[in-house]
Design a binder for this molecule. Structure first.
Ligand code: SF4
Length: 215
């Protein structure tokens, strides 16, 4: 987990982790250099997260990611980005042209009304095809009031159709105004989780620290 200049959007109603940032690029780079020194290359892939979008990392950090991946024989790099940066993804792929980039979108759901009117995600587009065209992977958020087994199933099926890989995040209580819906979480755990827990195209984070980062 690296540190960037901070999410430029900051309007997602369920989010409180964009505080993990600093406007001081050289301090960010020093911290990120220390973190990147732990990369072993064991799996041949690197997943970079930074409480926002890859485009909020400083240029020295991006260069270091490139160098570390070369040194450690890493061929695949995963980055996260908000939809608002989609026009910059082609240039990022060019900058990392020696690697296969997997761009992950924070989508949360294909349900436009829930996503835009309640979660305020800031993706003013309804077509799954258009939404997914610059991205390879997507995050979904489950455990929100109004979601049902059918709606979560629909999100998963569309997610598997339009992305190579999806990550299902179960809403955890944080300092935002969105309260996790325990009934929806129970429906997910009973009816959805058993169907997909072994699916290799799907990561499931029951707790938001299940990737071993954050607190
Ligand atoms: S979820 Fe991502 S894009 Fe939305 S406010 Fe949080 S850091 Fe920013």
């Amino acid at each position: 987990m690296l540190r960037g200049s901070g999410c430029v959007y900051k309007k997602c109603r369920f989010c409180d982790y964009y505080h993990d940032s600093s406007k001081n690029g050289s301090e960010n780079f020093n911290l990120n250099r220390e973190v990147l020194s732990n990369v072993t290359g064991e799996y041949g892939e690197l997943e970079v997260i930074n409480s926002g979008s890859v485009f909020e990392l400083d240029s020295n950090t991006l260069m270091l990611i490139k160098n570390v991946c070369r040194e450690k024989n890493i061929s695949v790099i995963h980055f996260e980005s908000h939809y608002l940066y989609k026009n910059r993804i082609a240039a990022l792929r060019t900058f990392f042209s020696d690697f296969r980039l997997k761009m992950k979108l924070g989508l949360e759901t294909f349900d436009y009304d829930l996503r835009e009117n309640i979660l305020k995600k800031g993706i003013n587009e309804k077509s799954p095809k258009v939404i997914s065209e610059d991205f390879d992977e997507a995050n979904f958020l489950f455990g929100i009031t109004g979601q049902t087994a059918d709606s979560m199933e629909k999100d998963i099926q569309l997610g598997l159709t339009y992305f190579e890989r999806i990550c299902l995040n179960i809403m955890c209580r944080n300092t935002s105004s969105v309260i996790p819906d325990n009934d929806v979480k129970t429906v997910f755990l009973k009816e959805i989780y058993p169907l997909y827990k072994e699916n290799t195209q799907i990561d499931i984070l029951i707790n938001n620290t299940d990737f071993g980062v954050g607190d």
